[in-house]
Design a binder for this molecule. Structure first.
Ligand SMILES: NC(=O)C1=CN([C@@H]2O[C@H](COP(=O)(O)OP(=O)(O)OC[C@H]3O[C@@H](n4cnc5c(N)ncnc54)[C@H](O)[C@@H]3O)[C@@H](O)[C@H]2O)C=CC1
Ligand SMILES: O=C(CO)COP(=O)(O)O
Length: 325
């Protein structure tokens, strides 16, 4: 199976490295000419994954036309750019493995739904889970969910995107896998705020648990399955991202919790904190579906500049309720 990766950020590069293990050829499309040159000449992506020696069988290109003739395309552009990049790529009926985590602003569509609009003939799979790119590229043990309704395609993809330290669990629940990844980024910002404002570990654990309740309510309302939400792409990724400053979303939250403005924290950053883009559109989608998501509401208020203390008071003074509600 000839694999190409669309997106030369940290995660696209790490996935290219997984697909290239054992000396298999992989094509990596990157937007930045310096990334293309660095990967081809020095076998390093200094801009987004510095310090990792990449397989010489990864060939980078800046030309989307070079993606033609592959058997599967891994889509790893940030969620807000998937529509434009896929629209310009020669996709046809090539299977797409969606690896971005987010919801498109405006359309409120998950990345897989965007892909279905842009490339209706292409079968869809979703790869998601607790996966810091640096750890995967370094060959540290990692497990992911690979969701695809077509069992045969799912098995063929799982056999190809694998290595001894990268363990793939199959699922037919594409929507559930996507919702976990999109929602956890927003919740990770909240956990970062708790860290930055020094609110303590009890508060962080409470946020993870109540945030997971929100993820579950939203996921079930959108047709996802409970087993997927409690799995690697849901709870697994939530726990990872809510507990480490290696997470860009958590780090953004730390800055907000320290009283810095979202605009200042997001200005000029080269790497993507998807939660900042997903938060407003997730709030819209939740309100439209009458799903109660108070932590997501709180993250939006923080991004809009409401002081942390006011947000915490508002969360703690909500009417008492049963935990299972
Ligand atoms: N970094 C990680 O550990 C993981 C990231 N992801 C997801 O993968 C997706 C990509 O993230 P990273 O690879 O981490 O990116 P990154 O933060 O390392 O790099 C930014 C990426 O955005 C691209 N970009 C910027 N402006 C663009 C535009 N106008 N059009 C197209 N692309 C543009 C850059 O070319 C670069 O590839 C995100 O949805 C992220 O949530 C998922 C799992 C792990
Ligand atoms: O999705 C990720 C880990 O699974 C990466 O998280 P961040 O985007 O917050 O760095």
């Amino acid at each position: 199976m000839r694999i190409a990766v669309i997106g030369g950020g940290a995660w696209g590069t790490a996935l290219a490295q997984v697909a290239a293990r054992g000396g298999q050829p992989v094509t990596l499309w990157a937007r930045e000419p310096e990334v293309v040159e660095g990967v081809n000449v020095n076998h390093e992506n200094r801009a987004f994954l510095a310090g990792v020696a990449l397989s010489p069988t990864i060939r980078a290109t800046g030309d989307l036309a070079d993606l033609a003739g592959h058997d599967a395309l891994l889509v790893v552009a940030p969620a807000q750019h998937v529509r434009a990049v896929l629209g310009a790529a020669p996709v046809g009926s090539t299977p797409l493995v969606l690896c971005a985590k987010g919801i498109e602003t405006g359309s409120r569509l998950l990345v897989g739904e965007v892909a279905q609009q842009v490339a209706p003939a292409a079968p869809i799979a979703v790869l998601s889970g607790p996966t810091f790119a640096h750890e995967v590229a370094a060959g540290k043990p990692t497990a992911v969910t690979l969701a695809c309704e077509d069992e045969d395609l799912r098995n063929r993809l799982a056999e190809r995107i694998v290595d001894p330290a990268f363990r793939v669990y199959g699922s037919a629940d594409v929507i559930g896998a996507e919702i976990g990844g999109a929602v956890k980024n927003v919740l990770a910002i909240a956990c970062g705020v708790v860290e930055g404002a020094g609110l303590g570990l009890n508060a962080r654990a409470a946020l993870i648990a109540r945030g997971f309740a929100e993820m579950t309510r939203f996921g079930l309302a959108r047709g996802g399955q409970a087993e997927t939400l409690t799995g690697l792409s849901g709870l697994g990724d939530l726990v990872l991202t809510c507990s480490s400053t290696n997470s860009r979303n958590f780090s953004l939250g730390v800055g907000l919790g320290q009283g810095r403005s979202a605009a200042a924290l997001l200005a000029d950053r080269k790497t993507v904190a998807e939660g900042a883009h997903t938060a407003p559109v997730l709030r819209e989608a939740a309100r439209a579906a009458s799903v109660d998501m108070p932590v997501v509401e709180a993250v939006n208020a923080l991004l809009e500049g409401v002081p942390v203390r006011q947000i915490v008071e508002a969360l703690l003074s909500r009417p008492l309720r049963e935990e299972a509600q």
